[in-house]
Design a protein around this ligand. Structure first.
Ligand code: SF4
Length: 379
């Protein structure tokens, strides 16, 4: 279990269950921004430790890549605009570049650290640290805070996570005597630090272990409805939320009737479409026989009982699906203005009559075709 899982469980056990246990791996826009930012920072740090400073434009390009990948797994909340989150993330990246502009990366001991910290009673928790760097005989555990509502003055909201990460550093990093926790607030540009006491770390792991024991004994994962449900990426699968939405729709019965009629019509159209396809196949087979007969009697009209079938042989011009070359040729030769559409019957007709621009004509495929028209005879 990671701290992300624990945070999600604290907000709503049902959301935790839907995200972790079921296949509905969906991110909120806030999570998408957070993940994209951390991945960008990890990539930038990867370059910094090699001695390459990362400039703003380069960092923003990395962030755009990461965002594009992450946003595909996101479900925007009601009324949320993904671009607003993207822009907010881009501003955070600019602050990250500000934070690191005077560093050549040589102080970094590690970045994008993933580890496991054992807890009392045989439990363990996965930790993730953005950056660890050395300052004298201390290790500084740096976390970039991406939430816009968090700030240095408002206090620390992830104290247990930071303290457990500090404990991990004490046991995992050689030659470390002291640990300093550092938070860099990407929304405000503020920074906050504190030294860690052994007693605080011990209390944090004890509390966390007890909390995880409660979580593992939870078999029902109850929903915890709140105002933020409309932003929850799992709301489409959440019975609790769906019930609220259904209750608030006034014409529920009317919608049931509309859905039933839609389903009925949809099924009829599918059935009719397959029947139309079958009838077209039969008509095509009969058309071939009529055309063969008209060829044998050398007539372009075949008379039947109350029916006349006219047969006309003609050529049609098919333009390529990708019209880029056609359009640029039409523009180059000044023909574009006289045609309102490229896929235009006059252009095709000109091609057939041999009066079109030869370069355009070469792009078309000429297909011989036969048109059969039926007339009813009266009397
Ligand atoms: S919609 Fe609300 S109650 Fe349902 S899982 Fe999400 S946060 Fe929990």
């Amino acid at each position: 279990m990671s701290f992300d899982d624990i945070r999600k469980y604290r907000r709503c056990p049902r959301a935790y269950r839907l995200s972790v246990v079921s296949d509905d791996w969906r991110l909120s826009l806030s999570e998408c921004m957070d993940i994209s930012l951390r991945r960008t920072i990890a990539r930038a740090d990867g370059r910094r430790v090699l001695g390459h400073p990362v400039l703003k434009d380069e960092a923003l390009a990395m962030f755009r890549d990461e965002w594009d990948e992450c946003v595909q797994d996101s479900l925007a909340g009601d009324g949320q605009d993904p671009m607003e989150y993207f822009r907010r993330g881009a501003r955070c990246i600019e602050r990250f570049v500000e934070f690191t502009k005077n560093s050549d990366g040589s102080e970094l001991m590690s970045f994008d650290v993933r580890g496991v910290q054992n807890l009392p009673y045989g439990r363990s928790v996965r930790i993730r640290v953005d950056e660890v760097y050395r300052r004298g005989d201390s290790a500084v555990i740096c976390k970039y805070v991406t939430e816009p509502f968090e700030s240095a003055s408002a206090g620390i909201t992830d104290e247990d996570e930071s303290l457990v990460s500090a404990l991990w550093a004490v046991y995992s990093l050689p030659g470390i005597e002291r640990v300093v926790l550092q938070w860099r607030y990407l929304s405000t540009g503020e920074e906050r630090e504190c030294r860690v006491r052994k007693q605080s770390m011990d209390e944090a792991v004890e509390n966390l272990s007890r909390e995880m024991a409660d979580m593992s004994s939870d078999k029902s994962f109850p929903p915890r409805p709140s105002e933020s449900c409309s932003l929850c990426p799992h709301r489409n699968l959440c019975d609790s939320y769906q019930t609220t939405v259904s209750d608030s729709v006034p014409d529920r019965q009317e919608m049931d009737r509309v859905l039933a009629e839609y389903a009925d019509l949809d099924e009829k159209i599918v059935a009719l479409s397959s029947r139309v396809e079958m009838l077209k196949g039969r008509r095509e087979a009969l058309k071939e026989r009529i055309v063969a007969y008209s060829d044998s009697v050398r007539r372009d009209a075949v008379y039947g009982d109350g029916v006349v079938v006219d047969i006309r042989r003609y050529k049609r011009a098919e333009l390529p699906k990708d019209k880029t070359a056609v359009i640029s040729r039409l523009k180059e030769t000044g023909q574009y203005g006289s045609l309102s559409m490229v896929n235009y019957s006059r252009l095709r007709s000109d091609i057939i009559r041999g009066v079109a621009d030869p370069e355009i004509a070469k792009m078309a495929t000429i297909i011989p075709d036969i048109r059969v028209r039926v007339r009813r005879r009266s009397g």
